[in-house]
Design a protein around this ligand. Sequence first.
Ligand code: MG
Length: 170
Amino acid sequence: MLNPKVAELLNQQINKEFYSAYLYLDFANYFIDQELNGFGNWYNIQAQEERDHAMLFLQYLQNNGEKVTLEAIAKPDVALTGNKAVLEAGLNHERYVTSLIHAIYEAAYDVRDFRTMQFLDWFVKEQGEEEKNADGMVKKFELYGNDPKSLYMLDSEMAARVYSAPSLVL
Ligand code: MG
């Protein structure tokens, strides 16, 4: 059995990851509505990754004999006011998720829960990549987003992203 606080935070993270998937589906819809189907593809794949993250937290709890409680997933609450604003909201969201992962890590650290710390190591690293990717999207958009031809090329680059399952296996 896990420490109750650690278990509760891990359980809450299932919901946060599914919310992330929901948010990125909303982003994908926003871009596809504008015929920016490459950006739509990028966020659809991002949403799939978030569902994978949710399942990893769920399975970790199950592997440790903990009961999983699923809560309602909130409606996406980012105002889709413009391309750059959406990309920036993605970066802010990833920074927020990093803070959540770090908070779970801290709770595990406090009770010397080495198993959970080791499980979370993958997510700590993953969040570094997520923030780098989201920051890259904003910077690329700043460079190329205001010219239709370069935006078309950037959208084509986003269209090339393919899904791959997470490297963490439980
Ligand atoms: Mg995630």
